[in-house]
Design a protein around this ligand. Structure first.
Ligand code: FAD
Length: 406
């Protein structure tokens, strides 16, 4: 895999943020389909660089994966191989760069990953060393330090805990809205509910995007449509094979501070936002069963009933209680099932459609971590053309080898 290092990515980010006067005259008209965190970041980066941007969403801002995301911002050891890790590092750096400019809601402080499985032990030391070689402040931590880092967490059932000091977690809904609000200040229009229904071409070039609210004259279309595999096929003449990857998350009502960092523990992951809400994520996918076989093919974004949502939330709380004995009874603002935008090989798809170069594809998992760098890269390429040194491994025309993840 080609490795594009963090410094090079930061150069790209800076280039994408050039003053409007330096770019795009006459202004390029771009429609961004999808107002999740990826579309919102692409839109802001484009608007900042001087493009005339319209964002459309068939439902509304952050209503799909970006609403149900656990939203851990990280470049930890599971982000393999090196090129993908470097992309995630650029994402983390992007959040740190944009946080203050856009008032993005992120809580830093690192993450603690608990390892209970003896089989992982041999790998662990090597992975931690690799993280350090790749520039991450990652290390194993012992009980005394853990008691200081997380006094309310009982780590005694774990064999090892890995501390990755560089990580954080976002409020993905608020962050999406912040990107869109900042884009709107720069003149971008945000329209919803507004569904992409077609494209109009003249002499092989895009001239307008057809939507449920009428035609929008346009020079470029960005598909930031998440877990919707048919969209690329229909509007970009290109297939992004995806696999189904649902996940459940729960968000509590605000509570007094209980945990400081992102905790990735056997059976459950959780973090507590600055607003006091605890976000819990269920480990693993849905087990086989009649109810799941009946409902999941429809790709629902809500549980069929409040009681079922609360059953999932109850299981997450029970798993968390093993490590947080002082966890009080929880009240939930939201319990969601969400579908990851998951290309078949697990890696991002970033680049123009090989079949229709006016249509740019931006579909990816770990999209919260990657939003700043994906937005900067997409804006740069849409305005200036493809970058010769962008990693080929994330282009739409690669061979998609299936992975077993999720
Ligand atoms: C349970 C779960 C946990 C996750 N945890 C993490 C994590 O810890 N860290 C991390 O970095 N990432 C995580 N992710 C992944 C991350 O949330 C996603 O990669 C990211 O939200 C994708 O954003 P998006 O904007 O591409 O997609 P979405 O948020 O799904 O947005 C796509 C939008 O496109 C719209 N759309 C689709 N078709 C059309 C159309 N025809 N016309 C108009 N609009 C259309 C939809 O309405 C939707 O709003 C998680 C995801 C899930 C589901």
């Amino acid at each position: 895999m080609t490795v594009l290092d963090r410094r090079r990515f930061l150069e790209l980010c800076a280039a994408a943020a050039l003053a409007p006067a330096a770019r795009a005259t006459p202004r390029l008209r771009v429609v961004v389909a999808g107002a999740g965190i990826i579309g919102a970041s692409v839109a802001w980066h484009l608007a900042k660089a001087g493009a005339e941007v319209t964002v459309i969403d068939r439902q509304g801002p952050a209503t799909r994966a970006s609403r149900g995301s656990f939203a851990w911002i990280n470049a930890t050891w599971s982000k393999q191989p090196r090129a993908y890790h470097a992309l995630n590092q650029a994402g983390v750096a992007g959040w740190k760069r944009l946080q203050h400019e856009l008032e993005l809601p992120v809580r830093w402080g690192g993450s603690l990953e608990g390892i209970a499985d003896a089989a992982l032990e041999a790998q662990l030391v090597e992975r931690v060393a690799e993280q350090r070689r790749w520039g991450e402040a990652t290390r194993l931590v012992g009980p005394a330090e853990l008691a200081t880092l997380e006094p309310n967490v009982d780590f005694s059932a774990l064999r090892h805990v890995v501390y990755s000091a560089n990580d954080g977690a976002a409020d993905p809904v608020a962050a999406t809205r912040a990107f869109l609000a900042a884009a709107a200040v720069l003149g971008a229009r945000v329209e919803y509910p507004c569904e992409l229904t077609g494209v109009t071409l003249a002499a092989g070039r895009l001239t307008a995007v057809r939507t449920s609210r009428g035609d929008i004259p346009s020079d470029r279309l960005v598909l930031a449509t998440g877990a919707a595999p048919d969209v690329a096929r229909r509007f970009a003449d290109w297939d992004i094979p995806q696999h189904d990857a649902p996940g459940a998350t729960a968000v509590t009502t605000p509570m007094p501070r209980l945990v400081n960092r992102v905790l990735w523990l056997p059976g459950v992951h959780l973090h507590q936002r600055d607003d006091g809400r605890i976000v819990l994520g269920e480990e693993g996918g849905p087990p086989p069963g009649e109810a799941h076989a009946l409902h999941l093919p429809e790709h629902p974004n809500d549980f069929p009933a409040r009681e079922i949502a609360l059953e999932h939330a109850g299981r997450m709380r029970a798993s968390a209680l093993r490590f947080l004995p002082g966890l009080p009874p929880l009240r939930f603002d939201e319990v969601r099932i969400c579908w990851r935008a998951m290309p078949l090989d697990g890696y991002p798809v970033i680049g123009a459609s090989p079949a229709r170069p006016d249509v740019y594809l931006a579909v990816m998992h770990s999209g919260v971590t990657l939003a700043p760098v994906a937005g900067a890269l997409a804006a740069q390429e849409i305005l200036e053309g493809p970058l010769a040194d962008a990693p080929a491994d994330f282009r739409p025309d690669r061979k998609f080898e299936p992975t077993s993840g999720y």
